[in-house]
Design a protein around this ligand. Sequence first.
Ligand SMILES: [Cu+2]
Length: 66
Amino acid sequence: MKKTIKIEGMQCNHCKMTVEKALSAMEGVTNVEVSLENKTATIESTKEIDENQIKQLIEEAGFEVK
Ligand SMILES: [Cu+2]
C-alpha cells in the first residue's frame, strides 16, 4: 500500500532523516520517501497504516501533519 502525507516544518536533511526514521519504525512499513521540496512523505507498507499513528509520530518528532 502507498500513502502520501503532507508535513509542515521540515527545513533540512536532518529533519528529513528524523521523519524518515520515525515512519520507518512503524510496523508493516517497507519504504519511506520524504521530499523537502514538496513537504511530503510517501509511505509504502504491507498493511494499512493508521493515520492517527502517523500523525502522532510526526508530532512527537516535532513536525506537523497537514
Ligand atoms: Cu532540520
